[in-house]
Design a protein around this ligand. Structure first.
Ligand code: SF4
Ligand code: SF4
Length: 189
């Protein structure tokens, strides 16, 4: 993917924030690409995992926050396990996602952040995933009510999608975990 390189304070600040959030020293990356060759989703994104680190090295700045690999990444941690330098690239991806949300970096295409928000909102509310609630929130956000619904009746019929939200004693605990994370973020801890 062609990139615009902007050496300057902005790009240095971005590397600093990524390193602080992920706890990773990006400078030790060898660009050996072992992470990328094991990544199960690399073929579905324009930017590759190792390229993201290289782009940060080169000072691409906030442009890297618009890379689709950040949102295609499945957090499987294969890259982290394969890295000969012990770089936790999955944590770098997490950090980049958090910064992309913080800075409101627009995606070139797709609605993965909206899907993530809908997923997390149902987990917070019910203590676990609730597919129907998640689909409803996503459809409301995209206003694409009829798109990709062909398989919906068959899934309902086969019981793959529950109509009633899950209930469980753990839901209040999960909500407390979410609230605590939110508080900690607010205090910067
Ligand atoms: S495997 Fe590790 S050292 Fe090699 S390119 Fe990926 S992050 Fe860099
Ligand atoms: S954590 Fe993300 S970047 Fe790393 S191998 Fe898995 S999908 Fe690829």
């Amino acid at each position: 993917m062609p990139v615009r390189i902007q050496k300057g304070n902005e790009s240095k600040a971005l590397i600093g924030r990524v390193e602080a959030i992920s706890g990773v020293d990006l400078g030790i990356c060898l660009q050996c690409k072992k992470c990328t060759s094991g990544c199960p989703v690399a073929g579905f994104a324009q930017s590759l995992p190792s390229e993201v680190i290289r782009q940060l090295h080169l000072g691409i700045g906030d442009e890297v926050l618009r890379s689709d690999i950040i949102w295609v990444c499945a957090s499987c941690e294969t890259c982290s396990a394969r890295c000969p330098m012990g770089i936790d690239l999955a944590a770098v991806m997490d950090a980049l996602r958090a910064l992309a949300i913080e800075k409101g970096a627009p995606l070139r295409k797709g609605n993965v952040p909206l899907f993530n928000r809908a997923f997390l909102a149902t987990v917070r509310l019910f203590g676990r995933t609730y597919d129907l609630g998640m689909i409803g929130a996503y459809k409301l956000g995209t206003l694409s009510f009829m798109k990709d619904t062909e398989k919906f009746p068959a899934m309902l019929k086969k019981g793959k999608i529950a109509l009633i939200p899950p209930r469980g004693s753990g839901s209040s605990m999960v909500r407390r975990i979410f609230d605590r994370i939110k508080r900690n973020r607010g205090t910067g801890s």
